[in-house]
Write a protein that binds this ligand. Structure first.
Ligand SMILES: [Zn+2]
Length: 60
């Protein structure tokens, strides 16, 4: 699991972020960094909205 420190430094998820902000952050995070998996609750919400999240595996 590689962490993209530069991306994290530039993309901090604020405390009290809304669900929409968290979903957007996790989509972008999954595309830019593989330090951790997307939480199941986020995956479920994306699926419920008909969005697909890129996985680290699909990007390699
Ligand atoms: Zn990361």
């Amino acid at each position: 699991m590689a962490i993209n420190r530069e991306w994290h430094a530039l993309n901090k998820l604020p405390r009290g972020a809304t669900l929409d902000e968290r979903l957007t952050w996790h989509i972008r995070h999954a595309a830019n960094c593989s330090c951790r998996d997307m939480p199941p609750a986020i995956k479920r919400e994306l699926e419920a909205r008909g969005l697909t999240a890129p996985t680290p595996r699909s990007l390699k």
